[in-house]
Design a protein around this ligand. Structure first.
Ligand code: DX5
Ligand code: ZN
Length: 220
């Protein structure tokens, strides 16, 4: 069984010390840097855009996992590829032509992910699962860091794991929102491959220690 990947969300980093925080992630047990892009339309918040992604990419030594919470993400696929993004995730709810969007992400040389809002049923991905590299299950309503984990997420992960097994698909399950040392083991047990953690890492006294704890979390 593969080890769980940890993707610290830089949304919770200290933007006045962004280089320092990116370098902390570089030196930690994290697998990826998670970048949250919000446009104030798809979600009620604006996070950061291309100049900040460029600054992060300059210092990051691990793959960039970009989570687009924006309308009409097709407009920016090539831009994120040019910035060096490894995996680009778009929201199911923002993509009326999801198949086309996924093919465009792959054609630009990136891995392709689809994110599901908490109310969006995993079964809606049945016909596209085999085209995906990752499904991001939102465990809070997207738009803000520091929210409480929604417990219904465990069942969604289990159902998705079952779909992946049935289709013999090669797709990672990523969970995002309210993730920390208290629920990591249970999420891994349910079938999560990648854990995104913002506040639990960056608001801690020992961010590297929290990342290490998450990376080695097991059901006791
Ligand atoms: C929420 C973002 C998350 C967020 C997670 O819309 O997609 O990646 O930064 O932050 P925490 O871990 O604080 O819930
Ligand atoms: Zn995210």
């Amino acid at each position: 069984m593969n080890r769980v990947k940890i993707a610290p969300s830089l949304l919770a980093a200290d933007f006045g010390n962004l280089q320092r925080d990116v370098e902390m992630v570089n030196k930690s047990d994290a697998a990826w840097h998670h970048l949250d892009i919000m446009d104030g339309l798809f979600v009620p918040n604006i996070s950061y855009g291309m100049p900040v992604v460029k600054a992060i990419a300059k210092h990051a030594t691990k793959p960039l996992d970009a989570h687009l919470m924006i309308v009409d993400p097709d407009r920016y696929i090539q831009t994120f590829a040019d910035l060096g993004v490894y995996l680009l995730t778009v929201h199911y709810e923002a993509c009326p032509h999801l198949h086309r969007t996924i093919q465009a992400i792959k054609a630009a040389g990136m891995k392709a992910g689809v994110a599901l809002n908490p109310h969006t049923d995993v079964s809606l991905l049945n016909t596209i699962l085999k085209d995906l590299d990752l499904v991001l299950v939102m465990s809070v309503n997207p738009g803000f860091g520091g929210q409480s984990f929604i417990p219904g997420t465990y069942d969604k992960i289990r159902e998705l794991r079952k779909m992946i097994r049935q289709q013999e698909a090669s797709v990672l399950i990523e969970v995002d929102g309210g993730v920390g040392p208290d629920n990591a083991a249970k999420l891994i047990d349910a079938g999560a491959d990648v854990l995104v953690a913002g506040s639990s890492v960056f608001k801690s006294e020992d961010p590297k220690g929290v990342i290490a704890d998450l990376a080695s979390a097991v059901i006791s």
